[in-house]
Write a protein that binds this ligand. Structure first.
Ligand SMILES: [Zn+2]
Length: 283
């Protein structure tokens, strides 16, 4: 899924996404709540109408974004109180509110509100946080008013402890959710450790339900995770890198700003038939 945090994938129109073979896009609960507001989007016909996209939409819950505010947020059992840099206002995100926002947006797949913690974190802290994530997941389930329209995904946490990952996966599989996600791995740990955690999580999730690895997007990481049973990915990387001049091609990564491409008449990717590669040279 390309990432359209504020209801648009930066630099791309919905037809652009279609032409590239995009099936589903991701947007963000927290950001749309702050601006322009989930009730406004609901009143204007829902997020599909608002962003001009009639395919499936998944919204991230905002747990990760609150987490990245760190010193501007405070976690309690009730939820997370935080101050948005955009308008300086205090808000509290709770599991109930997170579900209400996503149902107001009318998305196809909603993420449960989970606690994201720093890396590295010690075992005791990870245990406490994972237990809270499970309690919040149950509150999310109880808060649903439109389960026929918006599916709910539970998120496997457990830090970088394979046994905690496995235990949490088993625990939330028993709750019989519509689909499952693997969270907490888009942090600064070594790639090989992340693959081991995907392994510990994915193999315990039901194969007949979608398995989604959150925030992972390097081509090789995607292949490694598909091998381990993951179906769905999101990452800002493809569009963010492109805006900065980095392009993933069939022959590897290139930086188009490099002097060696200054007079190069060949396409970005000789093996690609997309509009850009058909129409423009590297120069
Ligand atoms: Zn292309």
């Amino acid at each position: 899924m390309p990432v359209g945090t504020y209801g648009t994938v930066k630099g791309m129109t919905p037809p652009d996404l279609r032409e590239l073979g995009t099936h589903m896009v991701l947007s963000n609960t927290l950001h749309l709540w702050v601006r322009p507001g989930d009730e406004l989007i609901r009143d204007l016909g829902g997020l599909h109408t608002f962003m001009g996209w009639d395919g499936p939409i998944l919204t991230d819950s905002g747990g990760y974004q609150v987490f990245s505010l760190r010193d501007m947020s405070k976690v309690t059992e009730e939820g997370v109180r935080f101050r948005t840099p955009k308008d300086g206002q205090y808000r509290t995100m709770t599991p109930e509110r997170c579900i209400r926002i996503q149902e107001n947006l009318g998305v196809d797949l909603a993420m449960a509100f989970d606690e994201c913690i720093e890396w590295p974190a010690d075992r005791e802290r990870v245990i406490r946080s994972t237990e809270r994530t499970t309690r919040w997941l149950k509150r999310c389930m109880a808060a649903r008013r439109h389960p026929e329209r918006t599916a709910l995904l539970g998120i496997v946490q457990g830090g970088f402890y394979p046994d905690l990952r496995a235990a949490h996966a088993q625990e939330i599989v028993e709750l019989d959710l519509d689909a499952y996600a693997i969270g907490g791995l888009s942090v600064g740990a070594a790639t090989v450790k992340k693959h081991a955690m995907v392994d510990a999580s994915a193999k315990l999730l039901p194969a007949n339900k979608v398995r989604y690895l959150m925030g992972v997007g390097y081509p090789l990481d995607i292949v490694e995770a598909v091998i381990r049973g993951v179906d769905l990915f999101d990452c800002v990387l493809p569009t963010r890198n492109a805006r900065n001049g980095t392009v993933f091609t069939s022959v590897g990564r290139i930086n188009i700003k490099h002097a060696r491409y200054r007079a190069d008449p060949s396409p970005l990717d000789p093996g690609c038939s997309c509009y850009t590669c058909r129409s423009f040279s590297r120069a």
